[in-house]
Design a protein around this ligand. Structure first.
Ligand code: WT7
Length: 567
């Protein structure tokens, strides 16, 4: 049993007003996530409490109290205001996991602007389509990423300012560039917080679909209500916890639970800007006495692979609660964590569009390894028939997950794309696009996605985006991108490519094309394998049949090929 009571108790007479009350919020009041995550905690008498413990790539360390977080985010807000950034302008945060990213997001929100975090490993093309779509006014970045921005600047008329947080003063700034060194700037003690309300836009996250360009998922300040309560009830974060969310704020887990969740609770949050290594991770947990750890299946599988011996070198007895998100958490990983850490990783299911945890295993609840658990109180979830979109009553039958719209952190719109937004609803249900079954005790069992989007290590990659980028390579005539199975990342990107006359498909060509995609899009989108083929399977109308190629990779039945051109 956890300190917040049992799941059954929580679900009885549930109302989001519980969170509103704990946050001293009433309908119609101002609500600003930046203020809630810093100023409010200080007002509650916790100014000197540690908010952020950060470790950098070179072993650097920074510790910020809640008062530091309040003042530094004020300073970012004031700087942006001075540049002329207005409420609802989009400000992109394009940084590694450095303190400026965490502080910057709160600063942007405090002045009522919309924060657009983007994964810093994105190449220029990935960056371009998202900045263009959002009509972004300013980007905050590091000098090492600035060249990618400069390369696309002339195609982005709305992008007026590039703020560089570690600019080398011996160099010369280009027009529109601003050097902003937060650590050598007087901090702003008083900032007028922009009066944002429940429905004022807050964060714009980009997510990939099967067709078309990535979609901007618009969230609002009221999302805090869901983020606060799920952090408390699912992640079990309490005031005195030392919390570590391993996600990058370029993705939604890294903002909802890697920034907002712990800060609005007034807990201490740890951040490590170092790539994965089992030793480094265990050392980090031991050193900071981390009590609550939120991670992802790919990382857990990598830790399993590193072996049990290495765990014995560290004192990890500080860990109190573990949770996971992003992709299916296999039962082996749950059982393994229970054995080596003495606690299971609890699976949680949600997505960029839902803004907060929707289905999960709760502290104290019976865990069924391999199941995603049950809906959060206040969330009505079901599985729907794929044709009628009516809830399936029968247990164990597979259908599309459906959520009754209306929870606080639900997306409000896809940026400039109302049509795609509307298509996410059928028969009054919001469809996240995943398939699941429900057992006789109400537990959800994830089956798979209902589209061709590739989930590699918990990151969604659109086959369409990779195919479009491949076509820009001078050697490529046609391509089809599918997933293939992978022990650690669950799935990885694989490309089938036909080459233009005069080019030969060999190891060198493969490497050149892989590199091309890594630079243009990102390391995640880079195909791990390219298979050169003389032609691709197509329907009679000329559409490439990814389904056939995918089935082959997964050793599955190919299914109906009656519309195939020639088999
Ligand atoms: C998609 C959302 C918000 C989490 C970070 C990813 C898949 C997410 C699980 C899980 C199986 C999962 C779904 C979902 N997914 N959690 N526990 N078990 N699959 O956010 O990039 O919007 O991806 O990730 O397919 O729709 P995202």
């Amino acid at each position: 049993m956890s300190h917040i009571g049992s799941y059954e108790e929580r679900i009885k007479d549930f109302s989001w007003a519980i969170a509103e009350k704990e946050l001293d919020y009433k309908e119609g009041d101002m609500i600003n996530i930046g203020w809630y995550c810093s100023d409010r905690i200080c007002k509650m008498g916790k100014s000197s409490k540690l908010a952020l413990i950060w470790e950098g790539l070179m072993g650097q360390e920074r510790k910020l109290t809640y008062d530091d977080l309040r003042k530094t985010s004020n300073t970012v807000g004031a700087m942006l205001r001075k540049l002329g950034i207005k409420p609802e302008d989009r400000v992109c945060l394009f940084m590694d996991k450095i303190p400026e990213l965490y502080i910057g997001l709160l600063g942007v929100l405090k002045i009522g602007a919309i924060a657009q975090p983007l994964f810093s490993a994105f190449g220029d093309e990935s960056l371009f389509v998202r900045l263009e779509n959002a009509g972004t006014s300013a980007i905050i970045t590091q000098k090492k990423h600035a060249p990618k921005v400069r390369k696309i600047l002339d195609r982005l008329p709305n992008l007026k300012h590039m703020i560089i947080v570690d600019f080398d003063p011996s160099k010369e700034l280009q027009p529109g560039e601003v050097a902003f060194d937060l650590w050598n700037t007087p901090w702003v003690d008083e900032l007028e917080i922009h009066p944002t309300y429940a429905e004022s836009p807050s964060i714009l996250h980009y997510t990939s679909g099967t067709t078309g360009q990535p979609k901007g998922v618009k969230h609002v300040h009221y999302s805090l209500i869901s983020q606060y309560l799920t952090t408390k009830w699912v992640l079990d974060v309490q005031e005195d916890d030392i919390y570590w969310c391993t996600a990058d704020p370029g993705w939604v887990t890294g903002t909802s639970y890697g920034i907002i969740g712990a800060f609005c609770m007034g807990a201490t949050q740890c951040v490590m800007d170092v790539g994965f290594s089992a030793e480094a991770w265990y050392k980090f947990i031991e050193k900071h006495r981390i009590t609550m750890w939120y991670s992802a299946p790919t990382a857990i599988r990598s830790l399993m692979k590193a072996g049990d011996e290495i765990i014995k070198k560290y004192d990890l007895s500080c860990l109190r609660h573990l949770a996971s998100v992003g992709e299916p958490l296999n039962s082996e990983a749950v059982i393994w964590s229970e054995r080596v850490f003495g606690k299971p990783f609890l699976d949680t299911y949600w997505q960029t569009e839902t803004g907060s945890i929707m289905i999960s295993n709760y502290p104290g609840m019976k865990i069924k390894p391999g199941s995603m658990g049950k809906p959060f109180p206040g969330i009505t979830a079901c599985v729907l028939d794929t044709k009628t979109f009516l809830p399936i009553e029968e247990t164990g039958k597979i259908g599309l997950i459906g959520f009754k719209p209306g929870w606080p952190s639900m997306m409000r719109m896809y940026w400039n794309n109302e049509e795609t937004y509307k298509n996410k609803f059928k028969n009054g249900w919001y469809l996240p696009g995943d398939r699941s079954s429900i057992d006789n005790e109400g537990y959800f069992w994830f089956v798979g996605r209902d589209d061709d989007v590739i989930n590699t290590g918990g990151h969604l990659v659109s086959p369409f985006e990779v195919e479009s980028a491949l076509l820009e390579n001078e050697m490529v005539a046609e391509s089809a991108v599918v997933s293939k199975p992978d022990d650690i990342n669950m799935e990885v990107v694989k490309a089938f490519v036909t080459l233009k006359p005069g080019f030969e498909g060999n190891k060198d060509t493969e490497l050149m094309i892989m590199n091309f995609i890594r630079k243009k899009l990102s390391p995640l989108a880079m195909p791990q394998e390219i298979e050169f083929v003389p032609n691709l399977p197509k329907t009679r109308s000329g559409k490439i049949m990814r389904r056939i190629l995918k089935a082959k990779e997964w050793g599955e039945e190919i299914g109906d090929t009656s519309t195939l051109e020639d088999d």
